[in-house]
Design a protein around this ligand. Structure first.
Ligand code: AMP
Length: 282
């Protein structure tokens, strides 16, 4: 596996591969890799493509009061995992490589970005979408793989890719969970034992919602009531939001109808903010 730190080297590598007629797939990450990330890598490898994993803790998506400085990182551990997965390139730029002095251009996804997490993390998605657009230009992949765990992010990236005419297939992968249901996340490393137990209320509440829908419930209000009650049983958990939304526009819906709806949660457990979601299908 080649480790590339500089943009021109990354672009030259991609150009050579494209000229040889090979397909390139990109998996963007912020490192501290777990099985969720590795599921994206395996999906990307399926087509026999050349696989690039980027590892970049993107300062533009953290507000000054957020956990940028504390964000978990383990470069050697990540490199070993990716080597074992037979990744072709680990792209690992510095912040100044991506945002050199004088940098001032950002991508805004007007309607989707301020919703859900955007309401609680203003500017977050502007940072996410900007870095993904830059990675698309740097790596020039034919496809890029993202996790449905970050459902809003996946929808924003699909929108941006269409809106900016990137000729890139966006592949979404299902959320990978621990055996007890907790969605894998780099931030789970912050949780104490008690907090981890309280964090299980997220997946439990999603399951509760799924069974209500299976039993015929269609009213968002009633489902949300049950979801909130499940989470609020944990004194360590504080809900940022629990909403049922249209799967594409992310606008809240009062009823679950034909195309289904996404139930999205953001919950603080102790000092750690966790997100999870499920698709409610009729
Ligand atoms: P991150 O390093 O947290 O920015 O995540 C990088 C990519 O991994 C994103 O596309 C995430 O949606 C995806 N991802 C993170 N956690 C999971 C998970 N538990 N299951 C599937 N994909 C995930």
């Amino acid at each position: 596996m080649r480790v590339i730190e500089h943009i021109p080297e990354m672009q030259t590598w991609s150009e050579t591969e494209q000229r040889a007629g090979r397909r390139i797939v990109l998996v963007p990450t912020m490192g501290a890799l777990h099985e969720g990330h590795l599921s994206l890598v395996r999906e990307g490898k399926k087509s026999g493509a050349r696989l690039v994993v980027s590892l970049f803790i993107n300062p533009a998506q953290f507000a000054p009061n957020e956990d940028l400085a504390a964000y978990p990182s383990d470069f050697e551990g990540d490199r070993d995992l990716l080597e074992k997965e037979k990744v072709d390139v680990l792209f690992h730029p510095t912040s100044t490589e991506i945002y050199p002095a004088g940098y001032q251009t950002y991508v805004e996804v007007e309607k989707l970005a301020p919703l859900l997490c955007g309401e609680f993390r203003p500017g977050h998605f502007r940072g996410v979408v900007t870095v993904v657009a830059k990675l698309f230009n740097i790596v020039r992949p034919q496809a890029a793989v993202f996790g449905a765990k970050d459902y809003q992010q996946l929808q924003l990236i699909r929108r941006m890719t269409r809106d900016l005419n990137f000729d890139i297939e966006i592949v979404g992968c299902p959320t990978v969970r621990d055996k007890d249901g907790l969605a894998l996340s780099s931030r789970n490393r912050y949780l104490s034992r008690e907090e981890r137990a309280a964090a299980l209320s997220l997946s439990r509440s999603l399951k509760r919602a799924e069974s209500m829908v299976e039993e015929g419930e269609r009213e968002s209000r009633r489902i949300i009531h049950a979801v909130r009650a499940e989470i609020q049983r944990e004194p360590l958990a504080r809900i940022d939001y629990a909403r049922i939304c249209d799967p594409e526009t992310l606008v809240e819906v009062a009823k679950i109808q034909g195309g289904g709806a996404v139930l999205a949660l953001a919950v603080r457990v102790g000092g750690t903010r966790l997100i999870d979601n499920t698709m409610l299908k009729t």
